[in-house]
Design a protein around this ligand. Structure first.
Ligand code: ZN
Length: 325
């Protein structure tokens, strides 16, 4: 285990240097150690074990199917497939569904690089929110990597409309989301929220918000082979006169969950965003189509590097043992 001890020493040096340097807030991050949990897929109803594993700089977020010999699909717009009440990724024979809540937690907690290993095609729904994934990431711990993070900084507005649904992004000095929902239901006629999305705001205001569905749609979903794992334990179910669950976590939990979904879907850009996302009555199809459009409109944004963590690189180089060759 010599190599592990060496790696541990290197990490400790990183941490010391980080304490001395604010610029390292802009370094890429991964997890400190692997961590796992078990649950069921919301739509498939299948049991699944989820493991989050540290990954090197510039490798991004990658989903790996251990039940398919370790085949991987990167969490990028290019691999979006199967939008059906959830966001799915596909590459060749590999398919992973319902990635959005986990992706929202990873990007909001600044995890740039991680391998997400699953032994089934769907990410576990847990309690329908992103809070269990926040807990997992905190338990695993965060490790800074000696490579700068690159942000996607919006330079001019972009927008996409489909009927009465719309989504746009505007230049801003930070990542903000404004979301408005309007359903033909007395509880949900209008909810709107604007929030700057940083780690603390995500954890407090957005992560706990659960996915929701309408009671009248549950049977239709099941006939389509969807929501087979759904229950009051992992989704808010809205009946004609109120929610079937005991209580909401926020009065406006619904719009907060839409913000959560949009953060997870926009994570497929592959870079944290500096810009103001504004969506009205969106869904996974609109979010992911817009993410693809943003990537195509190459003159509408620039990649801005966080300052290079020079002092960490220097500290590591000075302390590292000479190569044994
Ligand atoms: Zn959702």
């Amino acid at each position: 285990m010599e190599s592990n001890r060496t790696a541990g020493t290197t990490i400790a040096i990183h941490d010391d240097a980080i304490a001395c340097s604010e610029t390292l807030m802009n370094a890429q991050r991964t997890l400190r150690r692997p961590i796992s949990c078990a649950g069921i897929g919301l739509h498939s109803g299948r049991k699944v074990t989820l493991s989050l594993k540290p990954a090197p700089a510039d490798s991004g977020i990658r989903f790996r199917r251990s039940d398919l010999g370790g085949l991987e699909v990167p969490a990028t717009v290019k691999h979006v497939g199967g939008i059906n009440y959830a966001t799915g990724l596909t590459r060749d024979a590999v398919k992973v569904d319902t990635v959005e809540h986990l992706l929202a937690a990873l990007v909001s907690l600044g995890i740039d690089n991680v391998v997400v290993e699953l032994n089934s095609p769907e990410v576990p729904i847990m309690d329908g929110s992103a809070s269990p994934f926040v807990y997992l990431i905190h338990e695993a711990g965060v490790r800074q990597l000696s490579a700068p993070r690159r942000y996607l900084k919006v330079q001019r507005p972009l927008s996409l409309s489909r009927g009465d649904k719309s989504i746009a992004i505007y230049p801003s000095d930070q990542f903000r989301v404004t979301y408005t929902i309007a359903f033909d239901h007395p509880l949900l006629q209008h909810q709107s929220m604007t929030l700057p999305i940083n780690e603390a705001a995500f954890i407090e205001e957005i992560a706990p918000a659960r996915t929701f569905t309408f009671l009248k749609e549950v049977e239709m979903l099941r006939q389509q082979g969807l929501a087979l794992g759904g229950s009051l334990e992992n989704a808010i179910v809205v009946g004609d006169t109120g929610v079937l669950n005991n209580a909401l976590r926020f009065d406006d939990e619904f719009v907060r969950h839409k913000i959560l979904d949009s953060i997870g879907d926009m994570a497929l850009l592959g870079h944290p965003i500096i810009g103001h996302l504004v969506a009205h009555r969106g869904g996974h199809g609109l979010h992911t189509a817009f993410a693809a459009q943003v990537l195509q409109e190459r003159d509408a944004w620039t990649l801005v590097e966080g300052p290079a963590p020079k002092d960490v690189a220097a500290a590591v180089a000075a302390a590292a043992p000479a190569p044994a060759n």
